[in-house]
Design a binder for this molecule. Structure first.
Ligand code: GAP
Length: 455
């Protein structure tokens, strides 16, 4: 498996992901997607939307504002308890999450989910856990640190009010529950999906894009009748698993982790974990949130969140099953899953991203064999293909080098325009994994590519 260090440099070199504001020395835990990475992430979001909104029965989308009335965060509990247990090294002043220090020290054996702050403090002392930076043993007591980013609004300084960058997209779905239900006259059960940015003031190092301060969530809330929640919780666990199978992930790289410690409102919760180079870790969560969120919004807003059953006239606040994915974590897992190296017959090694055709950032690349002779025709082929699929154009270096470049960003097909194209109207199509070449009539090229990648 590729190491994280190698992945970071590979992603920069190939145009997947760059360090955020790099020319100014970067910003810790912030990354920018480059021209290849943005296509990959867009494909992940498209596939998620298709599965969780388009193909899900009775499901619809919203795109709620990032900035919300601060009362939302009082109601959701984020203001009071969206915190991490932090401790500072008194010697070198570095700051750490106590739970992460313990997990790393115990190689995942100690279950911090079940520990209080005092128990974590004692564990650090009893096991003489050193500061990972200066190796000394002199930590402050644990303090709870709120992860929400604050900003202010107001024209006049004195009248400024604190508002927050949303730490999750879910609340935009909860506060719009009745708007969506009434505007579309929906009956339970139904779903609301949303993809959007979320922000968390994460302190600890992030393992590349695994833990960042700004990230994208893909969240789906399924509103149902109490009593039907357990059935749907199981269904959404399966749906999440099926999503990763559609992305081409290997079964052995995925596992469920059922939570030992549940939030007071939750009836059940689990993570789907992916085998990253640093071990299995969460890529998404499935939660049975009961009627906690809607009940809290009812009491904080004073607006009824009750649903009236049109047949029985029964009134109740629905239960919610939440499927919450991080688009960046899924993209990171997809990069790790796809990366492969292969020794060729001539002894050289090629790097291949074995993305499924749907995930591949570019579906096809067009090369003129000789720029001067075949460039004009190649432009026409590019223009024809790019109306159908994301197409790359490359006229630099040898054909062999151009193949290698496309292999390394995962392009399934390369099309070469040569003398035969000018005289017979045929092109050479080379497939990424088998490296086999086929002669295809130009007139059939769009149909050929489409059939292979199922667009
Ligand atoms: N609404 C529920 C919720 O936000 P969460 O487990 O805190 O639950 C859901 O977050 C998903 O969002 C995670 O499984 C992960 O994929 C992603 N995520 C959370 N924090 C992140 C961070 N700092 N950087 C990147 N992705 C993050």
């Amino acid at each position: 498996m590729i190491t994280m260090e190698k992945l970071v440099s590979f992603c920069k070199e190939k145009g997947f992901i760059f360090a955020g504001s790099e020319i100014y020395g970067g910003l810790a835990n912030a990354w920018d997607y480059g021209p290849i990475g943005v296509e990959l992430k867009n494909n992940i979001k498209k596939m998620w939307w298709k599965k969780f909104v388009q193909e899900s029965e009775n499901s619809h989308g919203v795109d709620a504002a990032i900035l919300m009335n601060p009362k939302v965060w009082e109601a959701s509990g984020h203001l009071a308890s969206f915190t991490d247990p932090l401790m500072d090294c008194k010697e070198c002043k570095a700051r750490f999450r106590a739970d992460n220090l313990i997990k790393e020290f115990s190689k995942g054996q100690a279950n911090t989910d079940l520990m209080t702050n005092e128990e974590m403090s004692n564990y650090v002392k009893e096991n003489n856990i050193p500061c990972p930076l200066c190796k000394k043993h002199n930590f402050t007591p644990i303090r709870q640190f709120n992860l929400m980013f604050e900003t202010t609004r107001g024209v006049v300084k004195e009248s400024q009010n604190t508002i927050y960058l949303r730490p999750e997209t879910a609340q935009g779905e909860y506060v719009n529950f009745l708007n969506v239900q009434r505007s579309l006259r929906l009956k339970l059960p139904f779903g609301i999906g949303q993809i959007g940015k979320a922000f968390r003031n994460e302190i600890t190092p992030g393992n590349f894009t695994f833990r960042t301060i700004e990230f994208e969530q893909m969240e789906h809330q399924w509103f149902c009748k109490p009593g039907e929640d357990e059935k749907y919780y199981a269904l959404y666990k399966q749906k999440a698993y099926d999503f990763y199978k559609a992305l081409g992930f290997n079964d052995e790289h995925l596992k469920f982790h059922d939570h030992d410690k549940l939030a007071h409102y939750a009836k059940a919760a689990c993570d789907v974990c992916y085998l990253f180079p640093f071990g299995f870790d969460e890529i998404n969560g499935i939660h049975n949130r009961t009627n906690f969120d809607l009940t809290r919004h009812e009491s904080y807003s004073g607006k009824s969140m009750e649903y009236i059953d049109p047949i029985s006239n029964e009134k109740f606040i629905p239960y919610v099953i939440e499927a919450s994915f991080g688009a960046d974590r899924v993209a990171l897992a997809a990069l790790i899953e796809a990366y492969d190296t292969e020794t060729l017959e001539d002894g050289t090694v090629r790097e291949v991203m074995r993305f499924t055709p749907e995930l591949a950032p570019f579906k096809v690349a067009v090369f003129p064999l000789i720029k001067k002779t075949h460039g004009e025709k190649a432009d026409q082929v590019y223009s024809m293909l790019s109306k159908e699929v994301r197409t790359f154009y490359d006229e630099t270096a040898s054909i062999g080098k151009r193949y290698r470049r496309q292999d390394s960003i995962g392009t399934p097909f390369c099309v070469t325009i040569d003398d035969e194209t000018l005289t017979n109207g045929t092109v050479t199509v080379r497939e990424r994994d088998s490296m086999k070449q086929e002669i295809v009539k130009l007139d059939n090229l769009v149909a050929y590519v489409s059939s292979k990648i199922k667009i």
